[in-house]
Design a protein around this ligand. Structure first.
Ligand SMILES: [Zn+2]
Ligand SMILES: [Zn+2]
Length: 506
């Protein structure tokens, strides 16, 4: 059979998600030669072999992708075969960031959970376990290219074991930029509200506080959560009083779908959304008795915002509450522990992200602080959605979904849009893609205005876009419009005021 050589240019979510080792393993299994590398376009693959070997590779590329990878476009061209082709290899990255895409944060994968709860595993109970199939991405990355040096994992030097996994295409942690272990990675710390470290195991200590009906401020992926026992009327009332949030609904976290069914209806479609790696908060219909089981969680309304654990630390809190059971069955069994898991902020302010900020702003709200020393680069609230006729209706599109772009119908100039006064988000248009930022919030607080500026700059850094125009709300006196005017003058580019809503007569 004649030898062919093929070049594939793959665009989409193909960097930082285990795509190159997948290509390497697939090409090797088919006996193909050639190479794969990251480029500014995405990933380029060159393959040499028979037409049946190439067809088998293409089939696997379409059907067996790693869980977080996503192909937007695939271009192919035929090349002249090389006279001598060695074994298939992974080559170093090259090029800029023209079309590269940073992945969103993703819930801990089943393989990492198995390690997390296997006694004797070197990452047993390690709260920062991750791999190329899961873990933090957007919230730890300063800029592209997506390399460890450009993330908040920079201060943590890989130990020899982690380095060997990082360098091996056989490993799930090949180029897993945030990979770590207890010997070389971030560490937890439990402190009191004055910042004094508390002795003993931090997760055990946090669980003891929750058992006493008190609340903890817990550092998550895109910001802090305030956590208390959602089944305790006293604990919830106390949290509401301290947070000055008397009536608004609070989101809760349950261990698994069967645990949620104790208080809410869960359709198959809702279960699928709860379990997705993006782990959004899903608004679910209350069952009879929900208000007795979860007193004052969502007073006066028919639904509750529910999510499942998505960080190793959240999993560890359930594991601790259950008495660190043997084996893995407990992860699938109904569990009565339900936590309030609400964004840690004071009314009108953005979610708190740094340890110091947490101590300064939350010391009247939380009894203890479950902290760690991996910085959150960009704040990102939990996403919130409800299903309507099986389709997601987003109330807030943030963690897990940002920075995945939305496709546009037509190509156009690169534009930065700074959003409206209420429920602000930033957008960057790049070709046929719109990168919509996480929810920034209402611009009636100086910290939200600061967050808008940071979010806009971060999104430009991650997309590599130099805007040709700036769009803003037609209303000239909102902070976002004023910032747009300043930036348009500074960059010497046109300002495009847009009326973003209109009144309809009833
Ligand atoms: Zn994983
Ligand atoms: Zn290590």
């Amino acid at each position: 059979m004649p030898t062919q050589r093929l070049r594939l240019t793959v665009r989409g979510r193909v960097q930082g998600v285990g795509f190159r080792p997948f290509v390497w393993r697939t090409a090797q299994a088919q006996g193909l030669s050639g190479f794969v590398h990251n480029t500014g376009e995405g990933v380029t693959i060159e393959l040499q072999g028979s037409s049946s070997q190439l067809a088998a590779f293409r089939h696997q590329l379409q059907h067996d992708l790693p869980p977080l990878a996503q192909i937007d476009s695939l271009q192919q061209s035929l090349l002249d075969p090389l006279p001598e082709a060695g074994p298939f290899e992974i080559r170093d990255s090259s090029g800029g960031i023209t079309h590269a895409r940073l992945p969103a944060d993703s819930a801990t994968c089943p393989a990492c959970l198995n390690e997390l709860f296997t006694r004797g595993d070197r990452r047993y109970r390690y709260p920062f376990i991750n791999c190329t199939d899961c873990g933090p991405r957007y919230t730890v990355t300063h800029r592209l290219p997506y390399d460890r040096a450009n993330t908040s994992m920079l201060p943590f030097l890989l130990c020899p074991e982690c380095r060997s996994e990082y360098q091996s295409p056989h490993s799930r942690r090949f180029h897993a930029e945030p990979t770590a272990c207890p010997n070389c990675g971030p560490q937890l710390q439990l402190t009191d509200r004055f910042g004094e470290p508390l002795k003993g195991d931090p997760v055990h200590g946090a669980w003891q506080i929750l058992q006493m009906g008190r609340s903890i401020a817990m550092k998550g992926l895109g910001g802090f959560h305030l956590v208390c026992d959602a089944t305790s009327a006293e604990a919830v009332a106390r949290l509401r009083q301290l947070k000055h949030r008397p009536g608004k609904p609070l989101a809760v976290m349950a261990l698994n779908i069967d645990s949620v069914r104790a208080f809410c209806e869960v359709s198959p479609a809702e279960a699928a959304w709860l379990l997705r790696p993006e782990r959004p908060i899903v608004l679910l219909q209350k069952k009879a008795g929900a208000d007795q089981l979860l007193p004052d969680i969502a007073p006066g309304i028919g639904c509750i915002g529910v999510m499942l654990p998505y960080t190793p630390l959240q999993w560890l809190l359930f594991y601790q509450a259950l008495g660190r059971p043997e084996g893995h069955d407990w992860r699938r069994q109904p569990c009565e522990r339900i936590w309030v898991m609400t964004s840690a902020n004071l009314s009108g302010e953005p979610i708190v992200t740094s340890n110091q900020e947490a101590r300064e702003r939350l010391n009247q709200v939380a009894d203890v602080f479950l902290l760690h020393n991996r910085s959150i680069v960009t704040r990102c609230d939990d996403s919130v959605l409800a299903l309507q006729a099986g389709q997601p209706l987003f109330y807030r599109r943030a963690r897990g979904f940002v920075p995945d772009p939305l496709p546009l119908a037509a190509d156009g100039p690169d534009v930065l849009a700074l959003g409206a006064y209420l429920k602000n988000t930033v957008s960057v248009l790049r070709g046929t893609q719109a990168f919509v930022s996480q929810h920034v919030g209402d611009l009636d607080h100086p910290l939200s205005c600061e967050a808008l500026e940071q979010t806009a700059q971060h999104l430009l850094d991650l997309t590599g876009v130099v805007p040709q125009a700036i769009a803003c709300d037609l209303q000239p006196d909102s902070f976002s419009s004023q910032l747009a005017q300043q930036w348009s003058q500074r960059l010497g580019i046109p300002l495009l005021p847009v009326q973003h809503y209109r009144y309809r007569s009833p």
